[in-house]
Design a protein around this ligand. Structure first.
Ligand code: 2AM
Length: 185
């Protein structure tokens, strides 16, 4: 049966992709790892693995029904995980909206047979892969901010020695906080 390797994720605004790529080049030496291509930088919400078209369609229908306000994301933390050999960018305090969205998508994925890691969700953007050596991390104090107003389903495609992430569908998060609307005079 034909399957696709899929994941729900947040993409980054193009100008931020470029800023991050420049900062990464200034911050990490070339031998620290293999840089993820600018267009591939993303924050995974829920990894689905290889799924059939039917499962993909069901999960897309559920995703389209999610009603949740957008949220602000502050990227101000970095780390090195020696086991998957990645250097990542994340947040010291993940916003509640991000955790809620990921938790919902992961629960829906699990109910449709997509194995979810038992490890707690640690939101991150992978910057470098094959980071097998000890890496000097940048001192705290760096900071990027952006407003998250949509999330997407991506297919991971491998061809001619390269992995490319292709957005299959995207859904908006509402622009206003419903609680703010309820308490408005
Ligand atoms: P990573 O960046 O930490 O490797 C596509 O592979 C995206 O799904 C990546 O962001 C990857 O995270 C994430 N992902 C989560 N679990 C995965 C798994 N078991 N295999 C591959 N990718 C996974």
């Amino acid at each position: 049966m034909a399957t696709q390797r899929l994941f729900f994720a947040l993409s980054l605004p193009e100008d931020m992709q470029q800023q991050l790529v420049r900062w990464r080049a200034d911050t990490f030496p070339a031998e620290a790892g293999v840089p993820v291509a600018a267009a591939n930088l993303h924050l995974t919400l829920a990894f689905l693995g290889d799924v059939t078209a039917e499962t993909s369609q069901r999960l897309q229908t559920l995703a389209s029904r999610i009603i949740q306000p957008g949220f602000d994301l502050d990227l101000d933390d970095a780390g090195h995980w020696p086991r998957p050999s990645v250097v990542w960018l994340g947040c010291q305090r993940a916003p509640r909206g991000l955790l809620q969205l990921a938790s919902l998508l992961r629960a829906q994925a699990a109910r449709h047979g997509c194995h979810q890691s038992p490890q707690p969700f640690h939101p991150h953007i992978t910057l470098l892969r094959h980071a097998t050596q000890l890496v000097a991390l940048p001192p705290r104090g760096f900071h990027w901010h952006f407003r998250v107003s949509r999330f997407s389903l991506f297919a991971s495609e491998y061809s001619r020695g390269r992995t490319r992430y292709r957005a299959l569908a995207s859904w908006p998060l509402s622009s206003q906080d419903p609680h703010a609307l309820l308490s408005a005079p």
